[in-house]
Ligand binder design. Sequence first.
Ligand SMILES: CNc1ncnc2c1ncn2[C@@H]1O[C@H](COP(=O)(O)OP(=O)(O)OP(=O)(O)O)[C@@H](O)[C@H]1O
Length: 172
Amino acid sequence: MTKASSVNWQTWQAEMPATLMFVVRDGKVLLIEKLRGIGKGKVNGPGGKIDPGETPLECVVRECQEELHITPKNPLKMGELWFAMSDIPDIHCHVFMATDYDGVETATEEAVPMWTAIDEVPYERMWEDDAHWLPQMLAGQMFNGRFEFTGEKIDWLEMHFGDAAAAEWKHV
Ligand SMILES: CNc1ncnc2c1ncn2[C@@H]1O[C@H](COP(=O)(O)OP(=O)(O)OP(=O)(O)O)[C@@H](O)[C@H]1O
């Protein structure tokens, strides 16, 4: 992108901390169809807002339990997403991966599970930013992404990948 960001990312702070989890096993990723909340109707990973006093890791495990009745094993933080939004609160999202889980993935009032081949991820049904980091993350790269949205459209973005990206995270 050529235009400058209108956000001062050094001092930017999100109103809403949130999480996402992507369990990957046998060349497939466990996605959800989201039935309520922000991004209702879209495909995403399980996740949600961090409760007061909760760590990102505690949140992502709780959200997987609530949304799909699974407990991810050995979750690993892979990235941060900083979203400056136009009509909903700004979001600071912590993204995790896991290779296994306890329990049986179950549809709930919040989410329908969708095991999806990694090369068949339906990016057209997801938030627009996902195509800018999910393929790289599924290939094992850590990342830091900054996005300005107007409504549901990106009008500025910057992505960094690898160990240097992890050094930019606001939270470990
Ligand atoms: C703007 N581009 C975006 N790209 C990818 N993912 C995005 C996103 N914007 C929000 N998200 C995710 O959407 C969930 C919202 O949280 P949400 O489901 O509303 O929270 P929670 O389950 O706590 O709320 P309810 O109990 O339904 O009120 C949460 O995982 C968050 O990371």
